[in-house]
Design a binder for this molecule. Structure first.
Ligand SMILES: Nc1ncnc2c1ncn2[C@@H]1O[C@H](COP(=O)(O)OP(=O)(O)OP(=O)(O)O)[C@@H](O)[C@H]1O
Length: 213
């Protein structure tokens, strides 16, 4: 079932990044976006996930045109229904990994999922302050934090960017299982063809459009 649709999106800074771009995301499915550095992948992800208004076009989520909603309604969707995994993790550095994840599970009203913690291999570092763990460990904590609030769509910018091949593949197992079990959707930006191949659909942002890889 379709959960999000981008219709005729255009965006430019001092030059056009994309024009009349269309994309549809379905529940239970994953989509990868590839493309050369600087082509606008992160910008597109920001537009799809409520963070940046397009110059023209619409993003329709559950039949609502996102950028026609009030800032309050948009914030509510972003906080409760969307899970955004950034390249910069925006974790609270002075808090432990556990406390960072706990903040998100409070939003979902659920306990921290111990299986998720195990699958992401972060049990050993839960009590360490985020400022004292590695970039790859922070990346996995930020994924646990996002999944703990049980989002309906996950928007992930290079979710495996800091990870070795084996750990990257395990993180993809976790994300894939999450969307199947929760009938959620995943859209991720990556430079890694192997990661893109693990998704149900893969597109390349090229010549201001999304083309099938
Ligand atoms: N706030 C901004 N103001 C002006 N230009 C910007 C801004 N943010 C990004 N850009 C420019 O827009 C272009 C697209 O950036 P974006 O981060 O979307 O690319 P990307 O495809 O995700 O790149 P990468 O793969 O290197 O992460 C880049 O040339 C970037 O310098």
């Amino acid at each position: 079932m379709q959960i999000l649709r981008a219709c005729d999106l255009s965006f430019s800074y001092d030059y056009t990044l994309f024009e009349n771009l269309n994309l549809s995301l379905n529940t239970g499915e994953s989509t990868a976006i590839l493309g050369v550095s600087g082509c606008g992948k992160s910008t597109l992800l920001h537009i799809l996930s409520t963070l940046l208004k397009p110059k023209s076009g619409e993003v329709i989520y559950n039949e609502k045109s996102l950028y026609k909603l009030s800032e309050n309604e948009l914030t509510k969707i972003r906080r409760l229904e969307f899970g955004i995994i950034f390249q910069a993790h925006y974790l609270f550095k002075g808090f432990s990994a556990f406390e960072n994840i706990e903040l998100a599970s409070i939003l979902s009203g659920l306990n921290i999922d111990e299986n998720l913690v195990k699958q992401l291999k972060i049990e050993q570092i839960l009590n360490q302050k985020v400022g004292e763990i590695s970039g790859g460990q922070q990346q996995r904590v930020s994924i646990a934090r996002v999944l703990s609030k049980k989002p309906k769509i996950i928007f992930a910018d290079e979710p495996t960017g800091n990870l070795d091949k084996q750990t990257a593949s395990e993180v993809m197992d976790v994300l894939s299982r999450y969307i199947k079990e929760n009938n959620a959707s995943l859209v991720l930006v990556t430079h890694d063809n192997d990661i893109a191949s693990r998704c149900d659909y893969a597109f390349r942002l090229e010549n201001k459009k999304l083309i099938t890889r």
